[in-house]
Design a protein around this ligand. Structure first.
Ligand code: 6GU
Length: 250
């Protein structure tokens, strides 16, 4: 996959994208990242990239011309790639959106500054707008890094075969079950017996149930869309019943 990032601050990207899994994905040729400085597409001698808004008010607005020129230059003849503006006004990024983006051969990400981007950029070149959550960042750069990370780990071959993305939190529609490794007892806290039993079926069942329990406790909203078996729905009903009793007792 090829990802082009248009930004006023390309320096922000060294670090997160040059370590660990993202580094290896690039070394293996599975991800090719290209940073483009929007300032290189200005045409005045001061290399201006923003200006005060028409109509007055505070803040600065990113100029339409450098952004449109940058997108057109980077895109070249390839008209098919989504051009995604990172903005708090976009649709909210979720694991589902990560899968959707991972299906493309190429993505073009525009990092907006939070005050805004001239509306004509949207009209002329933007095909999608994404936000990473309901809070305000100073610019789209951190959001772009979050998206690159979440999407890259879904590219086949990026994660090892034994550590696929299929069982991730959220991919199953549930939070993850608790994990343990050695030692079997630490400061009196023992690893649950079932994990040491060697009974793979029992382990799988325990993990599913603990994932459901954790999701019930922390993110019950996710259970509305989770794919649960009949037995798992009964287990959920028991959790709800136990909680109702606790509340009644207190
Ligand atoms: Cl994509 N940009 C900015 N500036 N703030 C955000 C965001 C994006 N997503 C959440 N907050």
């Amino acid at each position: 996959m090829r990802i082009d990032i248009l930004t006023l601050f390309p320096g922000m990207f060294s670090g997160p994208l040059t370590e660990s899994i993202l580094k290896r994905a690039q070394e293996k040729g599975l991800l090719s990242l290209h940073l483009h400085n929007i300032r290189d597409y200005t045409s005045d001698k001061h290399h201006t990239t923003d200006d005060a808004p028409y109509g007055g008010g505070g803040g600065m607005v990113m100029l339409v011309e450098p952004l449109v020129r940058a997108v057109e230059d980077v895109r070249g003849a390839d008209q098919g790639a989504p051009v995604i503006l990172l903005t708090p006004q976009g649709r909210v990024f979720t694991q589902r959106v990560a899968y959707e983006l991972a299906a493309h051969e190429r993505l073009i990400l525009i990092c907006g500054r939070y005050e805004g981007v001239d509306e004509r950029v949207r009209q002329l070149v933007v095909t999608d707008e994404i936000s990473i959550g309901d809070y305000v960042l100073t610019g789209g750069e951190l959001a772009a890094m979050v998206i690159v990370d979440a999407v890259t780990r879904l590219i086949p071959g990026v994660l090892g075969a034994r550590w696929g993305a299929e069982e991730d939190s959220h991919a199953m529609g549930l939070l993850e079950y608790p994990h343990y490794t050695r030692p079997p007892v630490f400061r009196g806290l023992a690893v649950p017996d079932v994990l040491l039993s060697g009974d793979h079926q029992a382990v799988a069942r325990w993990r599913r149930r603990e994932a459901i329990r954790r999701t019930w406790e922390r993110r019950p909203d996710l259970l509305l869309t989770a794919d649960l078996s009949e037995e798992e729905r009964w287990f959920l009903a028991e959790l709800a019943e136990a909680e109702a009793q606790r509340r009644g007792a207190s």
